[in-house]
Design a binder for this molecule. Structure first.
Ligand SMILES: [Zn+2]
Ligand SMILES: [Zn+2]
Length: 105
């Protein structure tokens, strides 16, 4: 889901993943994992389906943040892209220990 050339987020376009960064334009075919990930990133599922998250868990970045449920200090995260531009982007965290999922505004 991230461009191997420049590291920007790639977007699905016509069955392929395309890097939108100016001057890059890298493209590659979509895999099943990519489609699962774009589902999570673009659909308005609140909270996201745990099963879909499991599919893409290995591809998500991790960060050190305290889980409000179990106190574990590592979580995966991603940005939820909202449909309307006046809504702020939401960051979703998922604990790597207990799989608790929460949002930050
Ligand atoms: Zn790129
Ligand atoms: Zn936890």
């Amino acid at each position: 889901m991230f461009c191997p050339k420049c590291g920007s987020l790639m977007y699905p376009h016509g069955g392929k993943l395309v890097c939108h960064k100016e001057g890059c334009g890298f493209e590659r075919g979509m895999t099943a994992k990519d489609s699962a990930m774009s589902r999570v990133l673009t659909e308005a599922l609140e909270p996201p389906e745990p099963l879909v998250l499991d599919e893409i868990a290995g591809a998500l970045p991790r960060t050190r943040i305290e889980c409000p449920k179990c106190g574990n200090f590592e979580a995966m995260w991603y940005m939820r892209q909202t449909r309307s531009s006046d809504e702020p982007e939401t960051r979703i965290y998922r604990c790597t220990s207990c799989s608790h999922t929460w949002r930050e505004y």
